[in-house]
Design a binder for this molecule. Structure first.
Ligand SMILES: Cc1ncc(COP(=O)(O)O)c(C=O)c1O
Length: 435
């Protein structure tokens, strides 16, 4: 393999160029990254608000409950709450954090089907009155520890078409949902409806079409058995636009088609149920992934020999799987090398890896090599784009002594539209100390 080629640069050093559907990072995000002189993860709150507003326009009348596991950052929860969003919480500590951030408890549900008696009781004490369920055991526990609450039954999906399917951990087969909800009614709970999750970063509209058809069958059975459904929770899975796949090709989810299928499906479900239905979505990564980016550093660009004697470049970054890029096994992130933008210096194909002494902390052999400037020096800044989802929640506490990245929030409301931002003038809200 040639190690000193002027390889084609398919865009990673030009934000947005490598992911046609993705908007380039906003001026505020770019300015905040440029102004950072230490590592951090930056969230563009205005971008998140805009994604929320766009989602509400695409799915009119549908309640949005942000899956906060995707970005449990107070400022993010607060802006979404001010916009009217609710929260899909996966446990009592998430409920507490959302309450502190200003989300009214009436706009929250406990969306995790996996919960202990103590967790149910704690959430109930905090005021939560709506729970996801998928088994008779869980129904009995909710009835005992959250009496009188509303429950919706999660229906299993294959996860086909998603970058991250969920296997069989959550949900019951569609044919069993009615029995679960009947048991809920018999135990004094309110059997309120059904939910589904088609898998995270779902790339096909067909997955939603199939799930909506399954839900239609469940609703027909419920109505036939005298249970009046009120709620259909369409779950998460809505894709982000800025990822590259493992081989470095843009992931281009058919977002418009997905929304069209959802709108048609909801109309059909209303017809099937014959009663007014409330619809909910629980987006996680769709709202935040493309509005978060990491300012990291080059640890080293090294040329090393493989066992067969072939030379290979490795680009070690100051962040990786254990501090911000947990999902690097499934996707590539667009990289920006701000010290080399607009330059045509030689690039070399490299394996990208994080800083720890763990071999999982690297793009796998399946990943294509990433073209990077050959002149990269240790300590130079690198921006990692579209990593705003699940980055903070999957961060280790200090593996190999590497502190979690501090987070900063920026917004574009501080300056008039159309003006070029002065990086130094962008305010950042800070938490924690710089690493
Ligand atoms: C119940 C539930 N809802 C929503 C989500 C958010 O999924 P996504 O980030 O794919 O939108 C998740 C993610 O695990 C989930 O478990």
């Amino acid at each position: 393999m040639s190690t000193d080629t002027r390889v084609r640069r398919p865009g990673p050093d030009l934000p947005g160029a490598a992911a046609p559907g993705a908007a380039p990072p906003s001026a505020a995000l770019t300015a905040a990254l440029a102004a950072a002189d230490t590592d951090r993860i930056v969230f563009d709150l205005t971008g998140i608000e805009r994604s929320y507003d766009a989602l509400c326009r695409e799915l009119p009348g549908v309640r949005v409950r942000f899956a906060m596991k995707a970005c449990p950052v107070d400022e993010v929860l607060a802006v979404l709450a001010r916009r009217g969003a609710g929260i899909d919480a996966a446990g009592p500590n998430e409920v507490r954090q959302a309450l502190r951030a200003g989300v009214p408890v009436g706009r929250m549900h406990y969306g995790n089907t996996v919960k202990s008696d103590a967790d149910i009781a704690a959430a109930y004490r905090l005021g939560v009155r709506q729970f996801a369920t998928d088994s008779l055991e869980d129904v009995a526990a909710v009835a005992a520890h959250a009496p009188g609450s509303r429950v919706f039954c999660r229906v299993l999906t294959s996860g086909e078409g998603a970058v991250w399917g969920f296997g069989t951990k959550f949900g019951c087969p569609p044919g069993e949902a009615a029995a679960v909800l009947e048991a809920a009614g018999a135990a004094g709970l309110v059997p309120s409806g059904v939910s589904v999750h088609v898998g995270s970063q779902q790339m096909t509209a067909e997955a939603w079409r199939g799930a909506l058809e399954e839900l239609g069958g469940v609703l027909r059975t419920l109505v036939g058995r005298g249970i009046r459904p009120e709620l259909v929770n369409l779950g998460g899975g809505l894709p982000a636009l800025g990822y590259l796949d493992r081989r470095g090709r843009p992931l281009e989810p058919p977002l418009d088609k997905i929304f069209a299928v959802l709108r048609e499906g909801m109309t059909e479900l209303r017809r099937t149920a014959g009663v007014p239905l409330e619809f909910v979505v629980e987006p996680g990564r769709h709202l935040v992934a493309d509005h978060g980016a990491i300012r990291a550093r080059v640890s080293r660009l090294a040329r090393r020999r493989k066992p067969d004697g072939e030379e290979q470049y490795w680009l070690y970054l100051s962040c990786g799987k254990f501090n911000g890029l947990y999902e690097m096994d499934a996707v590539q992130y667009r990289l920006v090398f701000p010290g080399h933008r607009g330059t045509s210096g030689p690039h070399v194909p490299a394996v990208v890896a994080g800083p720890t002494c763990d071999s999982d902390d690297a793009y796998s052999a399946e990943h294509g090599l990433v073209p990077v400037p050959r002149a990269l020096a240790s300590g130079e800044p690198v921006w990692v784009l579209s990593c705003g989802a699940y980055a903070t929640s999957y961060t280790t506490r200090g593996f190999n002594g590497i502190a979690p990245l501090p987070h900063h929030c920026t917004s574009s409301s501080v300056r008039p539209a159309g003006q070029r931002p002065d990086p130094a003038s962008i305010p950042v809200a800070e938490e924690g100390s710089d690493g």
